[in-house]
Design a binder for this molecule. Sequence first.
Ligand SMILES: [Zn+2]
Length: 52
Amino acid sequence: MECFMCKGELEEKRVDYMEDSDNTIIVIKDVPAKVCKICGEKFYDDSTAKII
Ligand SMILES: [Zn+2]
């Protein structure tokens, strides 16, 4: 799998997912994601996206 933005290599990482909605910031820690080594774009798995 490669980055959709720059075709860079993706690295499996656990990140803190942050979402800002209606002045409330929701933080979910240790979310598995693939992070591009070049541009830093984050991609979440389908299973993770459902939790979010
Ligand atoms: Zn990239």
